[in-house]
Design a protein around this ligand. Structure first.
Ligand SMILES: Nc1ncnc2c1ncn2[C@@H]1O[C@H](COP(=O)(O)OP(=O)(O)OP(=O)(O)O)[C@@H](O)[C@H]1O
Length: 279
């Protein structure tokens, strides 16, 4: 990490005398190549339970790769990933981690209903024949209600709008009762209602006193980040900075992650504007 900003107390990692619970997400020195493409370069990130963290970086900075690595869908060349102290594969099998993928990564023509997609969140709890129990059906109904999709539950998933599709995948994560939720650009191409519903739900899930979820969400909406997130991460193949949104979203770190042109969009008010003489 090139910059470190204080994002509140972080659990110590790897201390043999440490009896604290493990971090919700631990990414340590993770490097990923796709052939000759160097997608992640010793990226490190630790997230505590119950936090909403925004992942920010330019196109190609490695955000999706980071999600896929945490999910165990991409195997790193080196480094360590743990979710609640489990390997990504264990965490996925036990339903500890839920994933809302980018729209491009989903086959929307697949013949499943919205309800089926949400029920997939329950698979980790079902036996081999995957017979849904009353508890599974109740969890799916409740999740559909929370994302306001009850009326569309029997539609084929591809027959929904972009925002409704995202909400269906958020419902899958809710029904799964995953303690860590990863969302890859959930606000891309969605309507205002879906954006507001998803934002509100993510805050509610993190603040749930019975089961606080940890949320890692990538977004290009820098303006909405301070309302949504407790902390933010700037990624450029490695974690450039991690801390409170107001610290991370200052012009200088953003310029490092995005290039200098972002300064004009996100620079605070010009002090000259406050001068009474207008000089
Ligand atoms: N399957 C793949 N094969 C080869 N290269 C890949 C593959 N997936 C991603 N890449 C490359 O790895 C780098 C990081 O890609 P990644 O999708 O993780 O970035 P990103 O920050 O999510 O981008 P975006 O904001 O455009 O979604 C890019 O250079 C990308 O072209």
């Amino acid at each position: 990490m090139l910059f470190r900003a204080d994002a509140g107390p972080r659990p110590a990692v790897g201390d043999p005398g440490d009896t604290d619970p493990p971090p919700a997400v631990l990414v340590e020195d993770v490097t990923v190549h796709y052939g000759a493409v160097h997608a992640l370069d010793r990226a490190s990130l630790t997230l505590a339970p119950g936090r909403v963290c925004g992942l920010v970086g330019m196109n190609g900075s490695g955000k999706s790769t980071l999600f896929k690595t945490v999910m165990g869908l991409v195997r790193p060349d080196s480094g360590r990933v743990e979710i609640d102290g489990l390997s990504p594969q264990q965490a996925r099998r036990r339903g500890v981690v839920g994933y809302v993928p980018q729209s491009e990564d989903v086959d929307w023509a697949f013949p499943v209903s919205v309800r089926d997609v949400v029920m997939m969140g329950r698979y980790g709890r079902q036996n081999l024949v995957r017979r849904a129990t009353a508890a599974d059906r109740a969890a799916v109904d409740e999740a559909l209600e929370r994302v306001e999709l009850t009326a569309l539950a029997d539609r084929q998933i591809g027959a929904l709008s972009g925002g409704q599709r995202k909400r269906a995948f958020v419902a899958r994560g809710i029904a799964q009762q995953a303690s860590v939720l990863l969302l890859d650009e959930p606000f891309a191409g969605v309507d205002k209602r879906s954006e507001a519903t998803i934002s509100r739900l993510l805050r509610e899930l993190a603040a749930d006193p019975d089961a606080p979820r940890t949320v890692l969400v990538s977004t290009h909406d820098l303006h909405g980040l301070p309302q949504l997130c407790d902390e933010a991460v700037l990624l450029m193949r490695k974690v450039l900075m991690h801390g409170p949104p107001e610290t991370v979203l200052r012009p200088e770190p953003l310029a490092l992650a995005f290039g200098l042109d972002v300064l004009s969009d996100h620079r605070g008010p010009d002090p000259a504007d406050d001068r009474e003489d207008g000089r």
